[in-house]
Design a protein around this ligand. Structure first.
Ligand SMILES: Cc1cc2nc3c(=O)[nH]c(=O)nc-3n(C[C@H](O)[C@H](O)[C@H](O)COP(=O)(O)O)c2cc1C
Length: 350
């Protein structure tokens, strides 16, 4: 079954799953500013006592979201995976299920799930075909190019295709690479060839509508998945749609101003207050986002460095006001690309 999203839209955009980021509140913010074609939940860890959590259901069943939401599962135990799929069937609005085959966090992959499964294509084959047998809806796999290196790249892709997935999302790095270097989209190009008629969604360092357009041209992928750059620039899906689907000229594409960014900061705070589980450290959570936002505001690194040193929410907001509003800054454009000389840290899941 080819999900109709790929025939309806020139190149559908996906908000990448991000643990502790892409809850229903963040999805609503992105939806309001310019929705992607598809959302993916944070991963649901499947283990003997897991259930589909309220926080996942909130996103999966939300009436306000303008786009379908994929439930992402991470685990290795077939019995419990099928038990969760059975539970998912009680909610006909769940459009698709995705298997996480890429999480690089050592505390996760040491349990033989996520990225660790890339070491064992046979295990993937038995788990994913059992999932395929149990789930008649759209099924996808999100993987990296390998665990340690790319030696199993083709085997892994053929394995997930043989299991009958409806599409594949590829983050073009190995697990061991974590987030170092640049994603290598020559693998995306090869993956598109291997996948044939099964859509391949490109992921990794797609930082702007311009980069999305380049990758689409270079690789002939079927869709674009964006993670960290959507934390920096939640208008990125609107911009990408305006270019790729509506064919707007560069000068006509929506450009947020620093005032819009300041409003986005307030929204992050109000979303964080609603986040479940409640963040113990609200300034810390805001810094997680500002870390990325700062790369689009000031390439000298002054905003980034002073926000990192801030001790309280009030201090953070004063720093935001200074860099985003004062001295006529509010009308300045928010940079399309992140500053190359600066680095968001941490820039990955824990
Ligand atoms: C904070 C954070 C949390 C993440 N959580 C998940 C997750 O739950 N499931 C998953 O498949 N990938 C997860 N990822 C990886 C992203 O989905 C994506 O593959 C990666 O960030 C590369 O895309 P990007 O360069 O557009 O950010 C996470 C990444 C970050 C930065």
């Amino acid at each position: 079954m080819l999900p109709d999203i790929f025939s309806r839209t020139a190149a559908p955009t996906f908000l990448a799953p991000m643990q502790d980021v892409t809850d229903v509140n963040f999805m609503r913010t992105v939806s309001r500013l310019g929705a992607p074609d598809v959302f993916v939940t944070e991963y649901l860890r499947v283990h003997p006592s897991s259930r589909i959590e309220k926080s996942h259901l909130a996103a999966l069943l939300d009436e306000e979201l303008k786009s379908p939401v994929i439930l992402q599962l991470i685990g290795e135990d077939e019995y419990h995976m099928l038990r969760i799929i059975d539970e998912a069937k009680k909610y006909p609005r769940i459009w698709a299920i995705d298997l996480n085959l890429g999480c690089p966090a050592p505390k996760v992959y040491r349990k033989n799930v996520g990225g660790a499964l890339l070491k064992d294509p046979k295990k993937i084959a038995s788990l994913l075909s059992a999932m395929r047998g149990a789930w008649g809806g759209c099924l996808s796999a999100k993987l990296r190019i390998g665990f340690q290196d790319d030696s199993l790249f083709e085997t892994l892709l053929k394995t997930v295709l043989d299991c009958g997935v409806d599409f594949v999302a590829l983050h073009a790095r190995t697990v061991k690479q974590l987030y170092r270097g640049k994603a290598d989209h020559s693998y995306t190009k090869r993956a598109v060839e291997i996948c044939g008629s099964t859509p391949l969604v490109a992921n990794g360092d797609i930082t702007s509508w311009k980069r999305a357009e380049e990758i689409l041209k270079e690789t002939k992928c079927s869709g674009i998945m964006i993670g960290r750059s959507a934390m920096r620039n939640p208008w990125i899906f609107r911009q990408t749609r305006e270019r790729l689907a509506e064919g707007k000229e560069a000068g006509e594409i929506f450009m947020p101003r620093l005032l819009d960014v300041r409003e986005y900061v307030d929204e992050i705070i109000s979303n964080s207050k609603k986040y479940k589980p409640k963040p113990k450290n609200l300034p810390g959570r805001l810094k997680k986002f500002l870390n990325f936002i700062a790369l689009g505001v000031d390439s000298t690194g002054e905003f980034l460095n002073s926000m990192r040193r801030a001790q309280s929410l009030d201090e953070l907001l004063r720093i935001c006001d200074k860099h985003l509003l004062e001295d006529g800054k509010s009308v300045l454009p928010f940079s399309l690309e992140p500053a190359e000389n600066l680095c968001a840290r941490p820039n990955h899941e824990d």
